[in-house]
Design a protein around this ligand. Structure first.
Ligand SMILES: NC(=O)c1ccc[n+]([C@@H]2O[C@H](COP(=O)([O-])OP(=O)(O)OC[C@H]3O[C@@H](n4cnc5c(N)ncnc54)[C@H](OP(=O)(O)O)[C@@H]3O)[C@@H](O)[C@H]2O)c1
Length: 308
């Protein structure tokens, strides 16, 4: 029995270790704090629909966030999309408004900045936004973080991946409560299920989001706010990820990987059904199932061995 478990773990870990591109996040650039200050001004001053429900997608201009926004627009939610770059936000806004006839408002903020969450919450309150769904999607990672990256970059990652999720959930809770039944969808990663020494901080931030979501679900139960956590495997949000997945994982990686619009659809469907953990795709579900029962000590040791 012990041998079988060992074998299974080794196969699983070799696959998921190579699949670190699943961490599409690998291809994301981690900016230094010096590059943060260029943005943060709300750009839209439209008239806000106070009769129909809104969903706020933090990191909704592209990738998984855009997939989530599209799945919500299909269900007639008005949207507030937040990101740093106005061009991609405007593109997403026009695409969603043209196709789904919902109201889309874009706000330009760097979510890693300490004051962003408070300013966003204040803006929503002033406009009396009927907020029903909060999606904390924005996050980043790299193939090799602690201790290789400078401290500024590591802090930026923690601020974006963990602090922004925590702050928006806290500061927007009163509005969600007012519009209950309501939902929070936090985006973690399969990397949150086990420690990954090469991506120490990334897996640590994603497991923080996962644990935060588990507890928050119980804390908000009485307030009729359901909390879900999306933990995807590889998602093809960028061409580089497709290439890395093909090169490193071959057919198994290509089978496990998903397109962002599919991930968005599964995430929204299951969030509205009040599911706690959402892992899109059958293969990813099997891998994450094994990762979740493995002793963490084994998982970390094997990731370390196989990762060099
Ligand atoms: N792709 C995968 O394989 C994968 C797998 C597991 C988990 N995830 C997680 O899923 C989430 C989305 O990943 P993705 O691949 O869809 O990323 P993506 O394609 O790079 O999209 C990220 C979104 O977040 C926004 N964003 C990034 N940094 C931000 C900041 N500091 N402030 C405000 N907005 C910011 C981006 O817009 P701007 O650049 O304009 O700011 C964009 O809208 C992340 O949390 C990631 O860790 C991804």
């Amino acid at each position: 029995m012990k041998i079988i478990v060992h074998l299974l773990c080794t196969i699983l870990i070799s696959i998921s270790c190579q699949s670190q591109p699943f961490a599409a996040d690998e291809t994301l650039q981690i900016p230094t704090t010096a590059s943060i200050d260029r943005f943060s001004v709300p750009v839209s001053d439209a008239v806000y629909d106070t009769t129909h429900p809104y969903a706020l997608v933090a990191g909704g201009s592209k990738g998984i966030g855009f997939g989530i926004a599209e799945a919500l627009a299909k269900r007639h939610y008005n949207l507030i999309l937040i990101a740093r770059h106005r061009d991609t936000l405007d593109y997403a806004k026009h695409k969603l408004e043209d196709e789904y006839h919902v109201q889309v408002t874009v706000l330009v903020y760097d979510l890693a900045k300490e004051e962003s969450a408070a300013q966003i919450a204040q803006w929503c309150k002033e406009k009396n936004i009927a907020l029903k769904i909060l999606c904390n999607v924005a996050g980043l990672g790299g193939s090799n973080d602690y201790p290789t990256l400078p401290l500024d970059s590591l802090r930026y990652m923690v601020a974006l991946n963990v602090e922004s999720c925590m702050s928006l959930s806290l500061l927007l809770q009163p509005l969600l409560e007012k519009n209950a039944p309501a939902y929070i969808l936090n985006v973690a990663s399969m990397a949150g299920f086990a420690p990954i020494p090469l991506k120490n901080m990334y897996s640590a931030t994603k497991s923080a989001v996962l644990f935060f979501s588990y507890s928050l679900r119980y804390q908000l139960k009485g307030k009729h706010i359901s909390v879900s956590c999306l933990c995807p495997g590889p998602v093809f949000t960028k061409p580089e990820i497709v290439q890395v997945t093909k090169d490193k994982l071959g057919w198994i990686g290509m089978k496990m990987a998903m397109m962002p619009h599919k991930v968005g659809e599964v995430a929204v469907r299951k969030t509205l059904k009040k599911r706690m953990i959402i892992v899109p795709g059958t293969i990813a579900k099997v891998f994450s199932g094994v990762l979740r029962v493995l002793p963490r000590r084994w998982a970390a040791a094997m990731y370390y061995k196989l990762g060099g």
